[in-house]
Design a protein around this ligand. Structure first.
Ligand code: PLP
Length: 426
């Protein structure tokens, strides 16, 4: 009997990746089973994609098949199951490398997600480069996961955390950012796309400014990868952090892109199995990147599932999908802007995926709860971006966030729901 293997080869659709069929939201929606459900007799309108995206059937099926037929640990086994799992895991690394156009697959480190990727850089590169009296620069736009690790690093190293302000539209003040760079600045950490306002930050300009002063740049790409083509070589950044679950892959897996010359000089992040070359009680030598940073048994199924999600994206007409999303965002901004009493928070010229708003004195949690009764899922709160809320002097916003499987009908339902909220409170 031959052993079952789980193919992670591209699906028939993916094989057509050079000739994807034009983007068709109806057929795309059919790939996401969760979207095809009702609550209280109303079909689900899922507008919390910035928190996490839904998974296509191919990813769900893959995870099932992996555990049913292929589960085994990687990098160690000499038997077929283990070799197949290892090949699929390393294959996923190559898929991610190609998707973000990294120069080398060894520049992709698997992590639990954006948060861990940023912590990894802070704990290794950060500790190596940032010392007493040095400075780290972030911005007012950041998610807490691109503030707290740098705060902790600065506190530990006796360094100073500085931040560049945003303007009232939600754009980062790049002149102010440049003005903050001194001869003590050791790195800049900045989001590519804001999760609370949707602002797209001109990363190439930031990198030009920073590299002009020999300062490395860490990008939080959590909200960019689902909405924009990302090419790390073109951006020129030194590190780029992202999460699988925000790009239609499983939770619990993500990656860090790091320039290989930088990864090579960085100390380990965590110690354990797999990340070593040789261990004695007197001396331990470490493996080369990326293995050096992947101690212990990783989320094997998650990593391969992330690769399957990328196959799914490659098989789509991604340009068409991104254009559709752009159209949705425009349509949502126009539609919601017509509602008396609604204020859109974050009006940068270049935005992606996110529309935050408030309704005067009505607490965003009330908005979210009432919309839920209409089977509309949005996020309410500070979105792990309290400095952004402080900038606008508000405790929270209601946030609708889009993926390419959303439709104009979803937005019409949202607008109707918001009008209901206003009617209830008037
Ligand atoms: N950065 C941004 C901009 C985010 O939106 C998020 C999550 O919402 C994160 C970082 C953290 O991502 P994760 O929780 O997947 O690590």
């Amino acid at each position: 009997m031959s052993l079952p293997t789980v193919s992670t080869e591209k699906s028939a659709a993916a094989i057509n990746e050079d000739r994807p069929t034009p983007f068709d939201v109806k057929s795309v929606r059919a790939d996401f089973p969760i979207l095809n459900q009702e609550a209280a007799g109303k079909s689900l309108v899922y507008l919390d994609n910035a928190a996490t995206t839904q998974k296509p059937q191919s990813v769900i099926d893959y995870l099932n098949r992996y555990y049913a037929l292929q589960n085994s640990n990687i990098h160690r086994g000499v038997y077929r199951l283990s070799e197949a799992a290892t090949e699929a895991y390393e294959g996923a690394r190559h898929k991610i490398q190609r998707f973000i156009n990294a120069a080398d697959h060894r520049e992709i480190v698997f992590t639990r997600g954006t948060t861990e990727s940023i912590n990894l850089v802070a704990e290794t590169f950060g500790k190596m480069r940032v010392g007493q009296g040095d400075e780290v620069v972030v911005t007012e736009l950041e998610h807490h996961s691109n503030i707290v690790p740098w705060y902790l690093l600065c506190r530990e190293q006796g360094a100073v955390l500085r931040h560049a302000p945003i303007d009232d539209r939600g754009d980062v003040d790049l002149d102010a950012l440049e003005g903050l760079i001194t001869d003590r600045t050791r790195l800049i950490a900045i989001a590519h796309v804001s999760n609370s306002l949707g602002t797209v930050v001109p990363i190439r300009n930031v990198v030009d400014i920073a590299h002009g002063k020999e300062v490395p740049v860490v990008i939080d790409g959590a909200q960019a990868l689902p909405h924009l083509p990302v090419d790390v070589q073109d951006l020129g950044c030194d590190f780029y952090a992202f999460s699988g679950h925000k790009v239609f892959g499983p939770t619990g897996i993500g990656a860090l892109y790091g320039r290989y010359d930088l990864l090579k000089e960085m100390p380990p992040y965590q110690g354990g199995g797999s990340m070593i070359q040789k261990v004695t009680f007197d001396e331990i030598t470490f493996a080369d990147p990326p293995t050096r940073f992947e101690a212990g048994t990783p989320d094997i199924a998650g990593a391969i599932g992330f690769g399957v999600a990328i196959d799914y994206l490659n098989a789509l007409d991604l340009e068409g999908a991104f254009n559709h999303e752009h159209d949705l965002l425009d349509y949502a901004a126009r539609t919601l802007d017509e509602i008396d009493g609604l204020r859109i928070i974050g009006t940068a010229e270049h935005k992606a995926g996110v529309l935050s708003f408030d309704l005067g004195d009505i607490h965003p949690h009330d908005i979210g709860t009432i919309l839920d009764q209409e089977s509309i899922a949005i996020r309410t709160g500070h979105h792990c971006a309290q400095p952004v809320m402080a900038h606008y002097d508000i405790p929270a916003t209601a946030r609708a966030s889009f993926a390419f499987y959303n439709t104009r009908e979803d937005i019409d339902r949202l607008a109707l729901g918001v009008r209901k909220v206003l009617d209830l409170f008037r």
